[in-house]
Design a protein around this ligand. Structure first.
Ligand SMILES: Cc1cc2nc3c(=O)[nH]c(=O)nc-3n(C[C@H](O)[C@H](O)[C@H](O)COP(=O)(O)O)c2cc1C
Length: 217
């Protein structure tokens, strides 16, 4: 499948066939693609919970109640679900971890290059925290880039997917003790294979026209 085939054929799956599991190797490939997602200044302000067992799915479904109950079967019938979380703040220890990893990965030719990377990151973090005044929003934007990449990767691998923003944030945060971990829940992603009963598989894709969304300067 090429770029446009995938963009046209991937869609938000509304009902899964729970008997169909994503082969482990394929799923691990998807996680690796997720780990490699890009982010501003390589800040990687995320953490992902991988949900595979029935017990884990039931825990997530606790947050799919009330007005979100329509999303519960998607998680419960999925093969795997991923909860995308975002760091509440960018801590010094996170910045140290990143710099350390950059060094291990061999990105610095000398101490000066390492210091320059440190200063650049700190400068941007300071800008988003103090000048723009909403570092959490900036951080969460990065998490959604990872979501977009994973949606496309799933399409490429022939895996059906459902991004799920409709869940009770408070319940999920309590269930997974997110606050103590310095995390906020951003979005769920159910993955698996569609059920024959999925009404959405038969509906045409709907998007605004090119002239409505592009301005060629
Ligand atoms: C961040 C985000 C949150 C979403 N939340 C939900 C949701 O809670 N439940 C659901 O059924 N679909 C959800 N969707 C799916 C969108 O409705 C869907 O992507 C959109 O209608 C475009 O359709 P397509 O994905 O089939 O091309 C979400 C999509 C995104 C990107």
């Amino acid at each position: 499948m090429d770029l446009l085939n995938i963009s046209q054929s991937r869609y938000t799956t509304k009902a899964y066939d729970s008997s169909k599991k994503i082969p482990q190797e394929k799923f691990e490939k998807l996680l690796e693609s997720l780990r490699l997602a890009p982010s501003s200044i390589n800040i990687q302000p995320w953490h992902f919970f991988v949900i595979e067992t029935d017990e884990a799915k039931q825990r997530i479904a606790k947050a799919l109640v009330g007005k979100y109950v329509y999303n519960a079967p998607k998680v419960l019938e999925s093969s795997h679900t991923i909860l995308f979380c975002t760091h509440k703040d960018i801590t010094d220890s996170h910045l140290d971890q990143l710099l350390n990893q950059d060094e291990i990965s061999g990105r610095f030719k000398d101490d000066q290059a390492k210091q320059a990377q440190k200063d650049t990151r700190l400068g941007y973090v300071d800008y988003y925290r103090n000048e723009k005044g909403d570092i959490q929003r900036w951080s969460e934007n990065q998490t959604f880039i990872a979501l977009g990449q994973t949606l496309f990767a799933a399409g490429l691998e022939g895996i059906d997917a459902t991004p799920i923003g409709g869940f009770d944030e408070k319940i999920i945060a309590e269930e997974l003790n997110l606050d103590a971990k310095g995390l906020i829940p951003s979005v769920l992603l159910a993955l698996g294979y569609r059920s024959e009963k999925d009404f959405n598989a038969k509906l045409p894709k709907s998007r605004l026209n090119a002239d409505q969304v592009f301005t060629r300067l």
